[in-house]
Design a protein around this ligand. Structure first.
Ligand code: SF4
Length: 222
């Protein structure tokens, strides 16, 4: 990345991290993916029961490889024999030591914004696992919740719907059907494959440090 752009990104991430901490969310800034993996490693103990939401960022950053290293009791739904076993992993995740995920957006005000279809991911973010670690590329940092809402409709949901082979308007056109009508947060398509069902804003937390956000100075996910 251009040096001047990097300085601007760094200032933005510092502001975001400071406001996350004010909300009782631990925040770290990683220079690159390798540093992010090292921070995650320091936040987990060998033998911990860990789980994750579906995330391109975890795979791209190398965090998923750490999860699969054999050092942890990874509740890995990709190894589940059938849908029933997947559902059991979702329920077992509530008593996991650590849940790992990315965030659809993080505001400079220190809020996390996540939209989910199946909603096992937002459920575990809100309650259950003792620790929740977010790995977030700088590309997901936005000014405020309005920008976060728009980011999901225009940047996150369309490729995610495509990745998950969901037959939705956004997967075909590249943006949510609601954008042309003003883009109210919960407005959207009527597809059976809709991936936007629950909209969760995580603001100030009661349990200090349960949530940890690693802001990475590299582009990750979408
Ligand atoms: S509501 Fe439907 S069209 Fe809009 S972003 Fe979500 S899945 Fe795509």
């Amino acid at each position: 990345m251009n040096e001047i752009v990097m300085r601007t990104v760094s200032r933005r991430l510092e502001r975001c991290a400071e406001n996350l901490r004010k909300n009782n969310i631990d925040a770290y800034i990683a220079e690159n993916c390798a540093e992010a993996v090292s921070i995650v490693e320091g936040l987990m103990k060998d033998g911990d029961t860990i789980s994750c939401g579906g995330s391109v960022s975890l795979a791209e950053s190398g965090v998923l490889a750490l999860m699969q290293s054999g050092r942890y009791n990874f509740l890995d739904r990709s190894k589940a024999a059938d849908r029933e076993a997947v559902e059991q992993i979702y329920r077992d995740t509530f008593s996991a030591d650590v849940f790992l995920t990315s965030s659809n957006a993080v505001t400079e005000n220190g809020e996390l914004y996540n939209v989910d279809g199946n909603s096992n991911r937002v459920a575990a973010i809100c309650y259950g696992p003792k620790s929740v670690i977010f790995v977030v590329g700088y590309n997901k940092v936005v000014r405020d919740l309005d920008e976060a809402i728009r980011r999901v409709k225009c940047k996150a949901a369309p490729p995610n719907a495509d990745r998950l082979s969901c037959d939705t308007y956004c997967a075909k056109t590249g943006e949510c059907v609601s954008v042309a009508k003003g883009g109210d947060m919960a407005a959207g398509c009527s597809s059976e494959g809709r991936i936007c069902c629950n909209y969760v804003v995580s603001a100030q937390q009661r349990i200090k440090g349960r949530m940890k956000v690693i802001l990475v100075k590299e582009e990750l996910g979408f």
